[in-house]
Write a protein that binds this ligand. Sequence first.
Ligand SMILES: CC(C)(COP(=O)(O)OP(=O)(O)OC[C@H]1O[C@@H](n2cnc3c(N)ncnc32)[C@H](O)[C@@H]1OP(=O)(O)O)[C@@H](O)C(=O)NCCC(=O)NCCS
Length: 150
Amino acid sequence: MMVRPATPADLSAIEAIESAVFDGDRLSRRSLRYFLASDTAMMLVLAVQDHVLGYSLIAFRRGSKRARLYSIALTPDEHGRGLGRFLLRSSENAAKAHGAAFMRLEVRNDNAGAIALYEKNGYRFFGRIEDYYEDGAAALRFEKALPHAD
Ligand SMILES: CC(C)(COP(=O)(O)OP(=O)(O)OC[C@H]1O[C@@H](n2cnc3c(N)ncnc32)[C@H](O)[C@@H]1OP(=O)(O)O)[C@@H](O)C(=O)NCCC(=O)NCCS
């Protein structure tokens, strides 16, 4: 089991995870390809040998110490086994290595599982954005100061 940078060969697996876990606001293959090639984004996959079980996408802004966890998802069979926490930690470490001091994210207000994951891993709620998602759901905003040492 390892977390490594995504490659173009991972796109189909990532796309399959997107459609399996999200009903709307999915990242299209085109967007995934864009982020993969972007030098202000980092896409990671959690994989066992060649089998991709999950991915995360982190976005950076030039001149900002704040990274944004744009997406994190695991294939449904693997939920609830601690892999989300592992991928989140790995994503934080990758963001830190890229120079970030804070991680921010938005999550649907009805996504209890993801909210629990973030709260248990040191994220602090700091705001709400109404009507953020395609279906009108609100987003909750969370932030964490990335620790200096692992
Ligand atoms: C959100 C997601 C990445 C979490 O990964 P996971 O592997 O299922 O979570 P973990 O097993 O690592 O759990 C980490 C912690 O969060 C908690 N948690 C995770 N899912 C939970 C749920 N559905 N309800 C309550 N708590 C939950 C766990 O209890 C665990 O805490 P613990 O170790 O103290 O028990 C995964 O469920 C997923 O891919 N969901 C679909 C995509 C998604 O919603 N992504 C987030 C978009 S913002």
